[in-house]
Ligand binder design. Structure first.
Ligand SMILES: [Zn+2]
Length: 260
C-alpha cells in the first residue's frame, strides 16, 4: 500500500470518528441549569452562547440577568428583549437557563383542522410515539394572531420569576408569518425543565417575537416538523447560589403562573 492510500485511510478513519461522535450529540437535548433554579432567581449566566451553539441549532432559554427570551433557530441565537425586538446574541453573552438540540425533522405534520394553541398541543400530542422522550418542534407558516411576552432585565438582588412575570410586557401580532419553536419534555422532568410543551415565537423576518401566550391560525396555512430526541445532557451551575439552593420546594404552581 502506498503512502497516498495510507493517507486516505487515515482521513476516512478521522471522518468516521467525527461523524460518529457528532451524530450522537445531534440527538441530545443539552440543558443548562434547572427551571426550579430559574424560578428561584438564579439569573446569573452560566454558559456562553458560543457553547450553546456547539450543542444545538434549535432551542429555548433566557439570558444573563433574565434579559429577554432566547430563541435558537437555524443556528442563530435571538434575544427578544423587553421591547419585543429580536436582537442577535453575541457569542460571549451568557445564559442562566437554556435547552438546545440539533433539529432534524423525523416527521412532518399537517394541521388542517387546528386553529389555536390548545388545538395545536392536542394535534402534536396525538402525533407523538410516546410522551416519555423529548421532542423539538417547529411550526412555520402564517398566523392570524399571536400574543407573546418577554421579561425585563433584572438587577440584584434578583426577585423570584413569579414576581418578575407580574410585570411582563406583552406583544400582539396580526396576520404575521413566522415560526413557533417548541420543546416538549416528559412529565418526569418536573423541577428540571417545563413538563410538556413550552413555545416561543419569532417572526419570519426574525425581528420580533417572545414567549408564546396565544396563537390563532388556519391549520391549512402552517406546517409542523417534529424531531424526536431520547438523550438528555444536563449541565448544573457551579455557583454558591446553586450549591445552597433549596431544592425540596415544589414550584409547579409558580411555574404555571409564570408560563401563562
Ligand atoms: Zn419561555
Amino acid at each position: 500500500m502506498n503512502k497516498n492510500n495510507n493517507t486516505c485511510l487515515l482521513l476516512l478513519a478521522i471522518s468516521l470518528f467525527l461523524s460518529g461522535c457528532c451524530s450522537t450529540n445531534r440527538e441530545t437535548v443539552y440543558q443548562v441549569s434547572t427551571i426550579d433554579a430559574l424560578l428561584q432567581g438564579l439569573y446569573d449566566g452560566q454558559t456562553t452562547i458560543y457553547t450553546l451553539k456547539r450543542h444545538g441549532d434549535f432551542g429555548l432559554g433566557t439570558f444573563h440577568a433574565l434579559d429577554g427570551e432566547m430563541i435558537v433557530l437555524d443556528g442563530r441565537v435571538y434575544q427578544i428583549r423587553a421591547d419585543g425586538v429580536a436582537y442577535l446574541a453575541d457569542d460571549d453573552d451568557t445564559s442562566p437557563f437554556a435547552a438546545v438540540t440539533f433539529f432534524s425533522a423525523d416527521r412532518t405534520l399537517a394541521l388542517p383542522t387546528v386553529t389555536d394553541l390548545s388545538g395545536l398541543v392536542t394535534a402534536l400530542d396525538n402525533a407523538l410515539d410516546t410522551p416519555n422522550i423529548f421532542y423539538a418542534v417547529r411550526v412555520d407558516g402564517h398566523f392570524s394572531y399571536i400574543k407573546t411576552r418577554s421579561v425585563p432585565k433584572q438587577q440584584k438582588p434578583y426577585s423570584p420569576l413569579v414576581e418578575v412575570a407580574k410585570d411582563q410586557p406583552t406583544f400582539e401580532f396580526n396576520n404575521v408569518r413566522g415560526t413557533i419553536i417548541g420543546l416538549r419534555c416528559p412529565r418526569f422532568v418536573k423541577g428540571l425543565n417545563v413538563p410538556e410543551w413550552h413555545f416561543h415565537f419569532i417572526t419570519k423576518d426574525r425581528l420580533a417575537g417572545g414567549h408564546l401566550l396565544e396563537v390563532r391560525f388556519e391549520g391549512s396555512e402552517v406546517l409542523a416538523q417534529i424531531d424526536r430526541t431520547s438523550e438528555f445532557h444536563l449541565v448544573l451551575p457551579n455557583s454558591p447560589e446553586f450549591y445552597h439552593l433549596d431544592t425540596d420546594r415544589d414550584l409547579q404552581d409558580e411555574l404555571e403562573r409564570v408560563e401563562q
